[in-house]
Design a protein around this ligand. Structure first.
Ligand code: SF4
Ligand code: SF4
Length: 425
């Protein structure tokens, strides 16, 4: 499945607090980034009646606490199957698809039992909904590991399976939020062409509509998103697709990832002109703002503003990191935490720090004891090699997002700054 943007941001209160903290700083003591941020925020907030803060000291403490996350494992991307019923030209996982060797349910159960608590589980693949016991796997990770956010990327080809998995997960676990990321890689026939399946477009749209009753039933606990991989085949129609989905579908968001990794058709699919990319990011950043305004429409003006800083700022930071890394390597403005806060488990039990690096361990060598593998020396060697992201080059938004969540600079400066500068590309 195309890997998808997750859209959980830091608390909106964090962003609101940033403004207040910047305002409180004497000019002489502010760092250059904070001075710049204060200017931006001050300008942007002039139109808003800032509401009163009952206790600034307490809120400041809360703000600072909320931005400090311990760097420990919190997100797992679990490839539950290598089976897939699409043939995407953009797929970086194509060499691993439709192979024998998916972990058995019992093996996955042992992985879950030996894994520490986590908050976020990505059910990935292949096409994860093709795994017949997907619901039981979800149930296991919620019960054993305390998962609170489930993210499922899907091609939406088998709508009955998608519906069943969503309904079972949300119906069985009232404390669970589910982010369903449905792939659409072009308008109409372009989507069919990129995905290598005639009629894919209609089936995917049908799948989205099938989920409306679930959306009505579960409200905000189900986030219905579309993810689009931008490539040489579709960059000319990104706006057309974005407007079509905005006008005709009841989505929570649409996200755009630039094609990455070694694809099925080689580098030809990556030939997107730089000026088109600039235009595209400008468009998708403003589209994100529209989605934010719609999503937070019931909030009062000031709250909507604060939530938009968190949401739009986070997504725009993803886009900025992608944009800066499309043609050449540019270090993210915060460390990559792959292998520390996030792990990838392949369908066959191989474990990697991220989806673009080689395995550093295999669960079979540890009798599927995840804790033992995670504590072994191989992971530390891999972390040394990654060097906080200095040693690699990628545009992978799942890892950009998770790394952001563990960086105060990203939460307190990059996100708000990118919100305020979202129109400049
Ligand atoms: S072929 Fe397409 S749907 Fe299947 S895993 Fe690859 S990107 Fe995902
Ligand atoms: S920077 Fe990218 S390639 Fe390198 S470890 Fe992080 S996610 Fe993986």
């Amino acid at each position: 499945m195309s890997r998808i943007l997750c859209r959980r941001g830091s608390s909106p209160d964090v962003r609101e607090g940033v403004y207040r903290r910047c305002q409180a700083l004497p000019h002489g003591r502010a760092t250059a980034p904070l001075r710049r941020l204060r200017e931006l925020l001050t300008n942007d907030l002039r139109a808003i009646h800032v509401y009163t803060m009952p206790n600034k000291a307490i809120q400041l403490v809360q703000l600072l606490r909320s931005t400090k996350r311990v760097k420990r494992l919190g997100t797992v991307i679990l490839f539950v199957t290598s089976r897939c019923n699409s043939f995407c030209r953009t797929c970086f996982y194509h060499e691993e698809l439709n192979r024998p060797g998916d972990m058995t349910f019992d093996q996955i159960a042992r992985v879950s039992l030996t894994m520490p608590p986590i908050t976020d589980l990505w059910l990935s693949g292949g096409e994860p909904t093709l795994r017949h016991d997907a619901s039981a796997i979800i149930d296991m990770f919620v019960r054993n590991n305390g998962v609170r956010r489930l993210i499922i990327p899907t091609n939406g080809l088998v709508k009955a399976r998608v519906y069943e998995i969503v309904d079972t997960a949300l119906g069985s676990h009232p404390e669970l939020d589910l982010y369903l990321n449905i792939a659409l890689d072009g308008y109409g026939e372009t989507h069919d062409h990129v995905r290598g399946v005639p009629g894919h477009w209609e089936k995917t749209l049908d799948c989205i509509r099938t989920l409306y009753p679930s959306k009505a039933k579960y409200g905000d606990r189900l986030r219905l998103n579309v993810n689009t991989v931008v490539c040489a085949d579709n960059y000319r129609e990104i706006e057309k697709l974005g407007e079509f989905m905005w006008e005709n579908f009841n989505l929570d968001g649409q996200y755009f990832n630039i094609v990455r990794g070694e694809t099925l058709v080689g580098d030809e699919i990556k030939q997107v002109p730089a000026d088109s990319l600039t235009q595209m990011y400008s468009y998708v950043a403003q589209l994100t703002k529209r989605y934010g305004d719609r999503m937070f429409a019931d909030d009062d003006r000031a709250k909507r503003f604060a939530k938009n800083i968190a949401y739009v700022g986070t997504i725009t930071t993803h886009y900025r990191a992608q944009h800066a890394n499309f043609a050449r390597s540019t270090a993210w403005p915060f460390p990559c935490t792959a292998g520390e806060t996030i792990a990838v488990i392949d369908y066959n039990g191989d474990v990697r720090a991220c989806e673009l690096r080689e395995k550093f361990g295999t669960l079979a060598d540890y009798d599927y004891d995840f804790g033992a593998l995670w504590a072994a020396e191989g992971r530390q060697t891999e972390l040394n090699a990654i060097d906080g992201g200095q040693a690699c080059w990628c545009t992978h938004v799942c890892f950009i997002h998770d790394s952001m969540r563990h960086s105060r600079k990203a939460l307190l400066y990059e996100g708000p700054k990118n919100y305020l500068t979202r129109e400049k590309w």
